[in-house]
Design a protein around this ligand. Structure first.
Ligand code: NAI
Ligand code: 15L
Length: 281
């Protein structure tokens, strides 16, 4: 399988799309498992990390179990790597007490370790939940004020702002991908708009890792879907051209009854996340 596309004036023309040692955090999760299969061609060695069991290391892999909340362990995890794809953390709306160590302290620990060890490029798995309280149908670009739809979305806003600061202060480049919904299939009406196929995810990560001079870039991660809420004009320098589309799921999705029009999950871009919580009352 190849996710290389024909892009005119491709910023990757003539660029080597391989590094020495690439770190993948969150390697045991849904997208981590997908990328464990797809990233080996971009690195001599792939260092995989998670708090969950990653099984045996295959050829070209190293497995380094690590809790992102443990600063010392994260420092050792990052040592010797050239670039990082950072997926690890809590990936749904949860109480703040769970988000804080994994996503907020964890991302800080990772950037601090990157600074100490001279890592120059990080791909940060941000989320559409940074802007989840924009209305469905409204088209936004990456310069609009964030509108997080919960503690999880807030943690991704923190991660983006942390990345911006580490570029301005230390020159560590980041592409923050505001992933829509990256699953094997688009499962509902909202996901017909937000769906990101795995080939397109891989293309985005390849570009995020290797396009020269990305500084701090925010890009929305969606496929070439019929309807759009997100405008990637400020990430045009990545040359991202999605090749997949959610249209192949439309018939099966539209056979399901729609949500009531007054359901917040049908009104806001963040879908059901906008009505999660409050927790712990
Ligand atoms: P996932 O929940 O399947 O994977 C996250 C992984 O992080 C898990 O394997 C988990 O064990 C690990 N993790 C959690 N806390 C940790 C800690 N303290 N230390 C080390 N590892 C820890 O999530 P998925 O779907 O694979 O998403 C990957 C990343 O992409 C996440 O950061 C998520 O927020 C982001 N994202 C995913 C989207 C999607 O549609 N799949 C959409 C938007 C963002
Ligand atoms: C996310 O940020 C989550 O990590 C993922 O599990 C999905 O819920 C996705 O957003 C989405 O909005 O569909």
């Amino acid at each position: 399988m190849t996710t290389e596309v024909n892009v005119q004036n491709d910023p990757l023309d003539g660029v080597t799309t391989r590094c020495h040692r690439l770190l993948l955090t969150g390697a045991g999760g849904n997208l981590g498992k997908v990328l464990r299969e797809r990233l080996p061609k971009y690195a001599d060695s792939l260092r995989l990390s998670d708090i969950s069991n990653l099984g045996e290391a295959r050829t070209g892999e190293e497995i380094v179990p690590c809790d992102l909340a443990d600063a010392k362990a994260v420092d050792a995890l990052v040592a010797g790597t050239d670039a990082i794809v950072h997926l690890g953390g809590v990936s749904i709306e949860r109480p703040f007490e769970e988000i804080l160590p994994a996503n907020i302290a964890g991302t800080y620990n990772l950037y601090e370790a990157a600074r100490r060890h001279g890592v120059r490029r990080i791909v940060f798995a941000s989320s559409n939940h940074t802007i989840g309280f924009y209305k469905q149908g409204e088209v936004i670009d990456s310069t609009v004020p964030t509108k997080p739809d919960g503690y999880y979305g807030l943690s991704k806003v923190f991660g983006e702002q942390l990345a911006s600061f580490y570029f301005d202060r230390y020159g560590i480049e980041t592409v923050a991908i505001r992933i829509g919904s990256s699953f094997a299939e688009a499962k509902d009406r909202r996901m017909l708009v937000t769906w990101l196929g795995y080939d397109d995810l891989e293309q985005l990560i390849r570009r995020a890792l290797f396009v020269p001079s990305v500084g701090f870039t925010v890009v929305y991660g969606m496929s070439n879907n019929r309807d759009r809420w997100w405008d990637n004009r400020h990430a045009a320098h990545l040359g991202y051209q999605p090749t997949e589309t959610s249209e192949i799921f439309r018939a099966q999705v539209e056979a399901q009854p729609p949500l009531p029009a007054d359901d917040p999950a049908a009104q806001y871009q963040g879908g059901a996340f906008v009505k999660a919580g409050p927790f712990g009352d």
